[in-house]
Design a binder for this molecule. Structure first.
Ligand code: AP5
Ligand code: ZN
Length: 217
């Protein structure tokens, strides 16, 4: 299946996508991760994206759509994908429909993780990630069993994102409301929208999401 996770920064898209990947053998495709990798590698796309990301603004539709289309063209995506952070604009949603149509596919579900803006700021500013395996943690909500040691891979290098500060989070939330929230109407119009309250515990949300995935598989 082709699943989309929608939601503001910090809604838990990455956290839940990794769970679905492990549980259902789907492939997580995070445009945020792809862009951060491009910035780190210093590619042309990465150089163009860097300032936008640091300001909490969206990167151009053209760059993001090209990166996503290239990744979707790889054979492992035949197992089914969870799009995490894409599409984020109506133009991207239309481009995605066209890419899928060429493969004889369509969106199976667009799942919106619904949370309050105030909670987002807390979640994003407390977030850190294992540099070794990408497992996500939180200062209050999800701490590793042994301080600064990854539960999954035992790695001891933890990183924090440059855009996870209070100012940038505000801009990212504004971008979500202005540019991405209209996609809820877009997918509702295709009868593909599922809204999941996402203020609760990570495991409870994962169970609800698994229910949606079962229903469309
Ligand atoms: P991106 O990387 O996609 O960031 P984002 O949308 O801001 O989302 P986040 O990764 O911040 O949050 P998340 O929902 O994945 O939450 P997480 O699971 O980590 O994009 C970054 C930038 O790249 C954008 O600003 C833009 O510039 C650019 N970009 C990317 N895609 C683009 C596109 N398509 N078009 C244009 N530009 C694009 O959870 C957050 C924290 O909360 C974690 O610490 C986690 O442990 C904790 N947590 C999660 N769930 C819960 C829970 N239920 N209870 C308590 N804590 C929880
Ligand atoms: Zn790790």
């Amino acid at each position: 299946p082709v699943l989309i996770l929608l939601g503001p920064p910090g809604a838990g898209k990455g956290t839940q996508a990794r769970t679905l990947e492990a549980e259902f053998g789907l492939i997580q495709l995070s445009t945020g991760d792809m862009l951060r990798a491009a910035v780190k590698a210093g590619t042309e796309a990465g150089r163009a994206a860097k300032a936008k990301m640091e300001a909490g603004a969206l990167v151009s539709d053209e760059i993001v759509t090209r990166i996503l289309a290239d990744r979707l063209a790889e054979p492992d995506t035949a197992k089914g994908v969870i799009l995490d952070g894409f599409p984020r604009t109506t133009a991207q949603a239309e481009a995605l429909d066209a890419i899928l149509a060429e493969r004889g596919q369509q969106i199976d579900a667009a799942i919106s993780l619904e949370v309050d803006d105030a909670e987002m700021v807390t979640r994003v500013s407390g977030r850190f990630t294992c540099a070794g395996c990408g497992e996500g943690y939180h200062d209050q909500y999800k701490t590793p069993a042994k301080p600064d040691t990854c539960d999954k891979c035992g790695g001891t290098e933890m990183t924090r994102r440059a855009d996870d500060n209070a100012d940038t989070v505000k801009s990212r939330l504004e971008a979500y409301h202005a540019q991405t929230a209209p996609l809820l109407t877009y997918y509702d119009g295709k009868n593909a929208l599922h809204r999941i309250p996402a203020m609760g515990a990570i495991d409870d949300i994962a169970r609800e999401l698994a229910g949606v995935v079962h229903s469309v598989r």
